[in-house]
Design a protein around this ligand. Sequence first.
Ligand code: KG4
Ligand code: ZN
Length: 343
Amino acid sequence: MRVLGIETSCDETGVALYDTQAGLLADTLYSQIAMHAEYGGVVPELASRDHTRKLLPLIQETLASAGLGRDDIDGIAYTAGPGLVGALMVGAATAHGMARALNIPVLGVHHMEGHLLAPMLEEEPPAFPFIALLVSGGHTQLVEVQGLGQYRLLGESVDDAAGEAFDKAAKMLELDYPGGPAVARLAELGDPTRFRFPRPMTDRPGLDFSFSGLKTHTLITANTLRETGELDDQGRADIARAFEDAVVDTLVIKCRRALDQTGLKRLVVAGGVSANVRLRKRLEEETAKRGARAFYPRSRFCTDNGAMIAYVGAQRLLAGERDDSAMKAVPRWPLAELMPPAA
Ligand code: KG4
Ligand code: ZN
């Protein structure tokens, strides 16, 4: 079965074609980052309009690069949420319109399920069951995954998501949007011994996260250095390093706990923040120590993309799931509400 995947939940227009036998046939991506950078963050109305401009050309480009035509598609999957409602509606309307015209099934899929299963597109995919750390701009969650649609939430952020904290720290350090990669780059030049930032909620049991205190700590440190004239390049780099170390350490501690609590030996790390090199390195070390293994998507599929949506859609459409009758665009949609396709 060949499935066209459409991702328009935020600031990336992603399209891909996945074949349940041959694997990923093509994927294309258009990032709106440059457009939103001027405003220091995503402007929802501009995002929707840009998806409208870019989506159809990207669909054509994807089909052309696979050497296929519209009639070769057997089903369409689109991101139905969570995300920006206007942006989601562009993907949903296009998917439903095309599916109706081509008389093929269509399915709205969960964006975070896409991230969660993105490592399945790699050469050595993880087997079920596994623990997943989902770290994106909107989510920080630890999930126990027994199979497709069998997700038990073990812990999540009670306030900011890890990616959101990176983005806010970047603003405090006068770095461009999106902040994660910029903070990570600056942190490379920082002295890890100058500051030690708090590791929130690691001193008590449980698998929840909190990043707002760390954000405040970062702001206070930046303001203090500014007052004393020390917020120079080195000062900013030292703060970036202390911040990154604190986030990474916090995530690593909770992953370790989740593996110990469940006795599972596989850890999937996905979502935009999983592109962070220091996080990957630390998780590699921690899993190796426990005889466990970490799995990641390739870096292009860590952030938003159409391939992960095509993959999830293909699994569910193949199992007979479809929602042809109604367009779906759900800004808030808890992952734990998902069910296996047969249910
Ligand atoms: O998954 P994603 O593309 O979009 C959402 O669904 O939110 O994640 C984007 C987030 C942003 O907050 C961005 O700053 C963060 O992922 N990010 C990173 C890195 N690359 C992207 N954070 C830390 N280090 C990185 N290398
Ligand atoms: Zn995402």
